[in-house]
Design a protein around this ligand. Structure first.
Ligand code: ADP
Ligand code: MG
Length: 269
C-alpha cells in the first residue's frame, strides 16, 4: 500500500492539481499465479514515481494494468483522460486507444518493439499526431526536427531509417515519438536497461532533463536502484507482486525500513 504521497504533496483544493493516476487495491493473476496483490498508488503531475523490484516481481504487469492493456481481477485504475480522472474499466476500446495515443505515453525497454523500422525517423515521430489529423504535414516535420534536437539526435538524420541508428539513438527516437504528443502521463518500462553503461548514463541525463521540464506524471519501472535515485522523487518497492515499502526516494534508499529493501539496497553498494 502506497501511503507516502501526503509527505511529498499537500494539495489544497484551490491551487494544486490532483493526481494524474490513482490505482486502488489492484489484484491480478495469470492463470493460477497471483501476480499482483493489493497494489495501490497515485502519481501527481510533475512527479516521478519509481516502481523498483527484482525481475519477475510484477513491475511490467503493473504498468500494463495502469496503461489499460491488462484488466485487474479486483481493484480500479483512474487515469487522466479528456475530462479529468476517468475509471479505465468504463472506457470503450476506442476511447482507451485514443487516450493511449494522445494523453499517455509508453516507452518500453526495447525500442524495436515500438518503432516502425521500415519508415524514417521523422515518420516514426509524427505518425500518431498525423493519424489524428490535427496538424499539417509541414508543421509536423518542423515538430519532428524540434523533437530530434530535444532528444539530442542530429536533425540531419530526419529522413534516415531507424535501422541505421545505434541502440541509444533508437531509444531516443522512441522517446521523441512518445513525447511529441506531450502526454500528461508517461510510462517508462526499464527505459535504459538494454543499453551499454556509458550510453545509459547519457540517456538518464536526458530523461532527467525532459521529465523535469514538463508537467508530466511519470511512472518509471526499473530493477536498477541507481536509475530510481536519479529520476524519481518517490519510490515503491515491489516484491512478489506486492508493494512492501514506499516513500520519498532518499528515505527509501538511505534509510529503508523493510528488511527486503535493506537487502536490495545493500546488494548494490
Ligand atoms: P517484472 O517486470 O517485475 O520482471 P513481470 O510483470 O514481467 O515482472 O512478471 C511478473 C510475473 O508474471 C512473473 O512471474 C512472470 O512469469 C508472470 N508473467 C508475466 N507475463 C505473463 C504472461 N503473459 N503469461 C503468464 N505469466 C506471465
Ligand atoms: Mg519487466
Amino acid at each position: 500500500m502506497l501511503t507516502s504521497s501526503s509527505q511529498t504533496h499537500t494539495p489544497t483544493p484551490t491551487t494544486a492539481p490532483g493526481p494524474a493516476i490513482i490505482a486502488q487495491s489492484l489484484h491480478f493473476r495469470f492463470g493460477s499465479q497471483m501476480v499482483l496483490r493489493d497494489v495501490s498508488l497515485e502519481v501527481f503531475p510533475g512527479e516521478v514515481l519509481a516502481i523498483v523490484g527484482e525481475s519477475g516481481s510484477g513491475k511490467s504487469t503493473l504498468l500494463n494494468l495502469l496503461y489499460g492493456n491488462l484488466q485487474p481481477c479486483q481493484g480500479s485504475v483512474h487515469a487522466i483522460g479528456n475530462a479529468g480522472l476517468q475509471p479505465l474499466a468504463s472506457l470503450s476500446q476506442q476511447t482507451l486507444r485514443q487516450l493511449q495515443r494522445s494523453r499517455w505515453g509508453y516507452v518500453c525497454q526495447n525500442p524495436r518493439d515500438a518503432l516502425r523500422m521500415a519508415i524514417s525517423a521523422s515518420g516514426n515521430i509524427i505518425e500518431r499526431p498525423m493519424a489524428m489529423g490535427l496538424r499539417h504535414y509541414a508543421t509536423l516535420r518542423q515538430e519532428a526536427r524540434h523533437w530530434l534536437e530535444k532528444v539530442e539526435i542530429d536533425p540531419a538524420r530526419l529522413d534516415d531509417l531507424p535501422g541505421t541508428f545505434s541502440g541509444g539513438m533508437l531509444q531516443r527516437l522512441q522517446i521523441a515519438r512518445t513525447l511529441i504528443s506531450q502526454p500528461a502521463l508517461l510510462y517508462l518500462d526499464e527505459p535504459t536497461s538494454g543499453l551499454d553503461v556509458s550510453v545509459q548514463a547519457a540517456l538518464l541525463d536526458l530523461l532527467r532533463k525532459l521529465v523535469s521540464n514538463e508537467q508530466m506524471a511519470v511512472l518509471l519501472v526499473t530493477h536498477d536502484l541507481a536509475v530510481a535515485r536519479l529520476l524519481a522523487q518517490r519510490i515503491a518497492v515491489m516484491r512478489r507482486g506486492e508493494i512492501i515499502e514506499a516513500g520519498l526516494a532518499d528515505q527509501v534508499l538511505d534509510d529503508p525500513r523493510h528488511p527486503y529493501t535493506q537487502l536490495l539496497v545493500s546488494s548494490v553498494l
